[in-house]
Design a protein around this ligand. Structure first.
Ligand code: GLP
Length: 249
């Protein structure tokens, strides 16, 4: 492979590993009285990481008071109170269960006018950098090879921006939305460049369904056809896999 891989017996073990890495960084930074910047992902893949972090918060008293989060993406247009929004997803699966300050939570806004989007996206990236950059970025991977919503055709120079979703991604989301015709055709996503600027990256993938795209991203050519392959450029990126997602490596 052209990237480092960590293969675990199952997704629970992989998720606990990632949660522990995040928790120990937060503890370290808390001691130094410094903020921890986390880049977070939605989808089913990171759910057990959030669950384990909630457990560590409840049972071991880990505080998220000094944690600042930036989510990768949000559908566009999308109201934050919509049950399909990534805002709702993040609050329900993670933020509501920890002691994070809501002013430290950043999720791209799906309610902007088209005229506002560009400046908003630039400011999203600038804020990350002005706070010192992301310490850890957590990623899933889409069957189209996307990270965040950086679909095929995305480049390592791309920053946060408004993008069109491709057919595979819309099909994969259609069940959640009760039909492909209800899936938004656009999204705001952090760019590949924004992602690559994180100090440390964990890409998580579970199950057979991801085995093929994981192989392309980890071993294939670095190409815009598989945006996740650009992670091969990063010096501290680990693919955290279960045996099924790793089965074609
Ligand atoms: C969506 C998200 C991605 C995520 C992907 C995979 O498209 N924008 O960030 O990685 O879905 O979803 P899942 O984790 O449910 O397989």
């Amino acid at each position: 492979e052209k990237v480092a891989t960590g293969v675990f017996d199952n997704r629970d073990e992989g998720s606990v590993y990632v949660a522990q890495q995040i928790a120990s960084l937060i503890k370290e930074k808390n001691k130094l009285n410094k903020p921890t910047l986390l880049g977070l992902a939605t989808g089913s893949t990171p759910l057990l990481v959030y669950k384990e972090l909630i457990r560590i918060h409840r049972e071991e008293g880990l505080t998220f008071k000094n944690v600042i989060t930036f989510n990768l993406d949000e559908y566009f247009p999308m109201a934050p109170e919509d049950s399909h929004s990534y805002h709702m997803f993040m609050w329900e699966s993670f933020f509501a269960h920890i002691d994070i300050d809501s002013s430290n939570v950043h999720i791209p806004k799906g309610t902007l006018s088209l005229q506002e989007v560009e400046a908003y996206c630039l400011a999203y990236d600038s804020k990350i950098q002005s706070l010192g950059g992301l310490d850890i970025q957590v990623l899933g991977i889409g069957r189209s090879g996307h990270i965040g919503f950086n679909e095929p055709g995305s480049l390592p120079t791309d920053r946060t921006r408004l993008v069109n979703l491709n057919r595979i991604t819309i099909d994969d989301a259609s069940q959640d939305f009760g039909g492909a015709e209800n899936v938004p055709t656009k999204a705001i996503t952090m760019g590949v460049k924004t992602i690559l600027q994180a100090k440390r990256i964990f890409l998580l993938a579970w199950g057979n369904g991801k085995a093929d795209v994981v192989r392309q991203a980890a071993e294939g050519a670095m190409t815009a056809d598989v945006p996740a392959s650009f992670l091969q450029q990063h010096s501290d990126c680990l693919f955290v896999l279960d045996t099924m997602a790793a089965s074609r490596l």
